[in-house]
Ligand binder design. Sequence first.
Ligand code: FAD
Length: 458
Amino acid sequence: MENLFDLLVIGGGPAGYLAAERAGHAGMKAAVAEKRALGGVCLNEGCIPSKAFLNSAKMYDHARHSEAYGVTATGVSIDHAKVVARKNKVVKQLVSGVGMKMKQNHVTVLNGVAKITGRSAEGFTVTVEGQTYTAKRLLIASGSVPVVPPIPGVKEGVAAGYVMTNREILDMTEVPKELVVIGGGVIGLEMASYFNSIGSHVTVIEMLDKIAGPTDREISSILLKNYQKKGVDFKLSCKVVGVSEGSVSYEEKGEQKSVKADKVLLSIGRRAFTQDLGLETIGVYTERGAIVTDEQMRTNVAGVYAAGDVNGKIMLAHTAYRESEVAVNNMLGRKDVMRYHAIPSVIYTNPEVGAVGETEESAKAKGMDVEISTVSMKYAGRYVAEEENGDGICKLIIDKKYKRLLGAHLIGSYASEIIYGAALMVETEMTVDSIKELVFPHPTVSEIIREALFEAKI
Ligand code: FAD
């Protein structure tokens, strides 16, 4: 039957396209339904576009602040419209690469909104643009959407265009004079970083008393200081109470204040997207809007799996990738389980932040007996050679009893690239002694892991 698949994937983001690719590669007859563009949030309006922006800002910052390194550049400028145009080119290239992968692995791409309609004798039934398809298995990978809070004026601002989410801000070609970022999490900080570099005055309003969400408090405070120095205004422990054209009002210690805003970015978080998928027709269980999955990415309905942001666990693209592989492996009868304790996370600001595993706070909250070893990044020769005024640190969380690395937190250049090595050590439960035997290339900033280990009193 032409419309009968071994696997139908709903959503063509990182979780969905990779699952379809892996399934097709393994010989399953696979289809992926996507209502917008293959690549999902990550490729089209998330990870990749934001990194394209941040790289342009980094080049611009380097060019402008290079005297201390013996380099003088004059007439340096940045053309934001060109940055957006380049971003669009990069996105197009990567999205077409995903399309190629689908072809190579004989995956059928169904363009349109998919809706589960129930079951038939052959499997689950799904409609896409009026056409009905049947699949022996389903993988739901419908991702997430930004949370739009019920703050007075937000809805009107979104409709008028001066309140934006990640989607709109990444396509905006003008440079706002005053940008207010509501929410000091990773997405908010990355956008604050970019627009600060290219000349906007940025104010970040955050409800908590720290930025960067669950990031280690010491690292978060170094990041805060770096951006304060660059001119970003932070309003911590402040609650936004209203938005209107030209200003944002917030409450600070019970007092109402306001700040000027030409544009407002909403970045208070994302929620799993499960609306109108037809989950109820087959009885898929959700909790607070997210699909509940077990460690094999199975839902409560046999044959139905969910991976990526839609299960609301760790909303990162690399988590989505691995979850989708776990799901497909289990469909193929290869037992595989998802482990969440060693998933690295990165903030691509300047300085960068890379983190994995337990933080000092989380380890202490769990009553773990840990040794904390913190060293300045200046212990790494390459860092000193390349950074004039760097204040980065590397902080390791070590289990005292088993002498194992439980967490690593870095702020400074290359942290985004170094962190995968630390994640490997945490994931494979390497002991401090065995890590000490590893040879790191010199001079690299990655040597900081060794330095911090040898400093540990263990
Ligand atoms: P998504 O990427 O959301 O894809 C879901 C897809 O499903 C969408 O394309 C949607 O159109 C489609 N869909 C939904 N419902 C239907 C339906 N009924 N029918 C057909 N199609 C449907 N993560 C990182 O790891 N690193 C980063 O640097 C990073 N930066 C980010 C920056 C920003 C600004 C944002 C917003 C996110 C960032 N993320 C980052 C998070 C990352 O984008 C997500 O974790 C990732 O995209 C999740 O993949 P997914 O496949 O679960 O969902």
